[in-house]
Design a protein around this ligand. Structure first.
Ligand code: PEP
Length: 236
């Protein structure tokens, strides 16, 4: 089980140090779950420093496909490695929706991260209209088909209609989508989309759910810890 917290564009350096210090204390006694936090780029170094010597990993929210070059505003995998960062998310629906990310750019970013030795979380998921239009399977097949299996690759199934809406997928619906994804690529699949302490246990109990990618509820130490505890309690 892996629980990763996607902080999006929240928390600067000082809040990151405060959060990571508290998180490390609260998770010290918990076994049976891998935990990662994904702060904004500017707070990565502080998170790595604060969590050094703990089991909690630090991942970025994106990574570019080139090692270096004329790509204003981008960050490469070797730059993340140099900071001591463990991995990165790619293809989050907010990147696809607001920043023109496509299946092809997501695949290139994932590939570059894997080649550089990063652990990658590649996000996939259908929009509300795609689900209503009966296109969920086709969308997931298309998004997953560009990714290659790798020991360091994890997929996050994040139905876009469930992200930040408070409306999570039902456990049955998550199970169905995860089973499909796993039939296409043999990698762990995290569920993301309004995961909270109240619904974490039943989502994580599904056999094809290997953990959670948590947005809003990862910004508060207590709610994030409660989700990590639910994961640790889930039999596997
Ligand atoms: C996310 O941003 O990856 C996410 C799942 O957000 P939330 O948990 O807030 O829905």
């Amino acid at each position: 089980m892996l629980v990763a917290g996607n902080w999006k564009m929240y928390k600067g350096t000082s809040e990151t140090v405060e959060f990571c210090t508290a998180l490390a204390e609260r998770l010290e006694a918990i076994d049976g779950v891998d935990v990662a936090v994904c702060p904004p780029y500017t707070a990565l170094a502080a998170a790595v420093r604060t969590l050094a010597g703990t089991e909690i990993a630090v991942a970025a929210q994106n990574v570019h496909w080139a090692e270096e070059g004329a790509y204003t505003g981008e960050i490469s995998a070797p730059m993340l490695r140099e900071l001591g960062v463990y991995g990165a998310i790619v293809g989050h629906s907010e990147r696809r929706q607001y920043f023109g990310e496509t299946d092809e750019t997501v695949a290139r970013r994932a590939e570059a991260g894997l080649d550089a030795g990063l652990h990658m979380i590649a996000c996939v998921g259908e929009t509300g209209p795609e689900r209503k239009g009966g296109q969920t399977e086709a969308v997931l097949r298309r998004q997953v088909s560009v990714l290659r299996p790798d020991d360091n690759l994890v997929i996050a199934y994040e139905p876009v209609w469930a992200i930040g809406t408070g409306l999570s997928a039902t456990p049955e619906l998550a199970q169905e989508a995860h089973a499909l994804i796993k039939s296409l690529l043999e990698v762990p699949v995290l569920y993301g989309g309004s995961v909270k302490p109240e619904n974490a246990a039943e989502l994580l109990a599904q056999p094809a759910v290997d953990g959670a990618l948590v947005g809003g509820a990862s910004l508060d130490v207590e709610s994030f810890v409660a989700i990590c505890e639910a994961a640790a309690r889930t039999p596997r």
